[in-house]
Design a protein around this ligand. Structure first.
Ligand code: PEP
Ligand code: MG
Length: 578
């Protein structure tokens, strides 16, 4: 098999070596061809074979699940799939189509799938209507067998040496992979700070996005090296290349082991500045990784992930339990819960306000705008967070604020949520801190209202860069323009830092810039003392903090703050990191 390389954007560093598993959608990629009448029986037998293989595959998964600690829903989902598989509308009807239309089994199966999906779409009950997704997933499994490919979700352990190859993955797709242990990810599209990339990073596996045609060029089961640090994927590597990468992988392991020794050390610079290094998490299950890497708090809990990959909305009690478990798990260390940031690339089906396709989703009804448009939903979340504040040190963080009226409305709703709890005698931290994310240039340019009304600020550099440079963070066609070192971005960060320092309001950075060791000294020089990042980066950034001298870097950082010359900024950053 020929060896070839694909270049993309390394969205999560490190090296993975494994076999390709293609993520596909059944409705794409199915060929249609006629078969001679003499082959009808063998075509039906081929389908029968695939059906019984999938039956055994599902039984095998059930067995593996009982032996492991997979969530209970996984069992229920396998039962539904087994039922669908044995239903004659799926197992028998396509055989009739093969015989009548003399077509290949794949085609017959997808034709029948389309009929079933249409029938499901007519059902009024939303739960039953959604079962069409299960039909599609079962058909996908059968198709993979027909095409000589194994199923997508394997029993635990199999994934360890598997690299997922997809055209695109939504943040909701990727979060589902948290329950598996894939070696890495490759996608055809996506930018560095797209939410998909951020979640991929949170899985602490190497990932390369924007390979453009990886999904079409790579075949199932091909051996691959994924080098997320150098933005490259090598398919079918020869022995020498493979040996070299195995060596590099070993070196990286060693590096990681050395970093682990920094865990108990306090993060203090050479000239004595104490720095808080906190973690960004998406789900309560991420807490272990945060603690394991010495997180001093949770600087950003992206609560919207509780809303994805599920039927309906999480109830107040369900949200409370999620927030309480994180608050209690951090044992008095701060837990900053961001109120949900749905909209743009994190869509939730069934919410009226988000139902239409916005002409420009990143500028549309997203985050706090959506919350203020749906105050009942917002109040439910605020009550759940407030209730959790009784069990730890919880703070509320509000995303995408642009104007004073949004701050006022949010504070009024928080007061209302507190009042209802008081009336019911439910305990909560009445002095809970409320902070705002600085993600829109307008918030920096008119920061005094933010400083006057909020207890703390947190700069979301991912969005701040997107909105300052007018570069869609999820669009790889413009990802070359996405530049954290752009003079305008640095000036805005510096302005926010100075404003906060003057008003003595605590300020953090929780965007991806905080987890980028190349930028640690720059941010320290701008005055930052609170970094929140993905847990996997905590020890690398700590290593950087331990070897930084803020006083010594100050003159270079001051020059960077004033410069409008992009090339000079790069040179100055090199000097800072030398
Ligand atoms: C940001 O915008 O920098 C941020 C931290 O929030 P998110 O990435 O979830 O939009
Ligand atoms: Mg943001």
């Amino acid at each position: 098999m020929p060896s070839f390389a694909l270049h993309g954007i390394g969205v999560s560093g490190g090296i993975a070596i494994g076999r390709a598993q293609l993520v596909s959608h059944a409705t794409l990629e199915v060929a249609h061809y006629a078969i001679p009448s003499g082959r009808v029986e063998s075509e039906i037998a081929r389908l029968d074979n695939a059906l019984s293989e999938v039956r055994s595959e599902l039984e095998g998964l059930h067995g593996a699940m009982r032996a492991g600690d997979a969530p209970a829903e996984f069992g229920a989902f396998l039962d539904v799939h087994a039922l669908i598989l044995s239903d004659p509308t799926l197992s028998e009807a396509p055989k009739k189509i093969i015989a009548e239309q003399r077509c290949n089994a794949e085609w017959a199966l997808t034709q029948q799938m389309n009929v079933l999906v249409e029938q499901f779409e007519e059902i009024e009950d939303p739960y039953l209507r959604e079962r069409k997704t299960d039909v599609v997933q079962v058909v996908e499994r059968i198709l993979k067998r027909l095409l000589g490919k194994p199923g997508v979700v394997g029993p635990a352990g199999v994934e360890q040496h598997t690299i997922l190859v997809a055209h695109d993955l939504s943040p909701a797709d990727v979060i589902q992979f948290k329950t598996h242990r894939y070696a890495g990810f490759i996608t055809d599209v996506g930018g560095v700070t797209s939410h998909t990339a951020i979640v991929a990073r949170s899985l602490a596996v190497p990932a390369v996005a924007a390979t453009h045609n990886g999904r079409t060029l790579i075949r199932e089961n091909e051996l691959m090296i994924l080098d997320g640090t150098n933005h490259v994927v090598i398919v079918n590597p020869d022995k020498a290349v493979l040996a070299e990468y195995r060596l590099k992988q070993g070196e990286l392991e060693l590096e990681r082991a050395k970093l682990r020794r920094l865990k108990p050390k306090p993060a203090t610079t050479l000239d004595g500045h104490a720095v808080a290094l906190e973690a960004n998490i998406e789900l309560p299950g991420d807490l272990d990784q945060a603690l394991d890497n010495g997180a001093m708090g949770i600087g950003l809990f992206r609560s919207e992930f509780l809303f994805l990959n599920r039927e309906g909305l999480p109830s107040e009690d369900e949200q409370f339990e999620a927030y309480r478990s994180v608050a209690a798990g951090m044992e008095g260390k701060p837990v900053t819960i961001r109120t949900f940031d749905l909209g743009a690339d994190k869509q939730k089906e069934g919410l009226d306000g988000l139902a239409r396709v916005a002409p420009n989703p990143a500028l549309g009804l997203r985050a706090v705008r959506f919350c203020l448009a749906e105050p009942r939903l917002f109040l439910t979340q605020l009550r759940a967070i407030l209730r959790a504040s009784h069990y730890g040190r919880v703070k509320i963080l509000v995303p995408m604020l642009a104007s004073v009226s949004e701050i006022d409305q949010t504070l009024a709703l928080i007061a209302q949520a507190k009042e209802t709890l008081r009336e019911q005698g439910v305990p909560f931290d009445s002095g809970i801190e409320v902070g705002g994310m600085i993600e829109i240039p307008a918030a920096v340019l008119a920061i005094s209202a933010f400083l006057a009304k909020l207890d703390f600020l947190s700069i979301g550099t991912n969005d701040l860069i997107q909105y300052t440079l007018a570069v869609d963070r999820s669009d790889d066609a413009v990802s070359h323009l996405y530049d954290p070192l752009h003079p305008a971005v640095l000036k805005l960060i510096a302005m926010a830092m100075m404003g906060a320092a003057k008003a003595r309001v605590p300020i953090a950075v929780c965007g991806e810039m905080a987890g980028e060791p190349q930028l640690t000294r720059l941010l320290l020089g701008l005055g930052l003392r609170n970094f929140s990042m993905h847990p996997a980066h905590l020890l690398t950034v700590k290593q950087r903090v331990l070897t930084s001298d803020v006083g010594a870097s100050k003159p270079i950082v001051d020059r960077m703050r004033r410069s409008d010359d992009a090339a000079k900024l790069v040179a100055l950053l090199d000097r800072l990191n030398a």
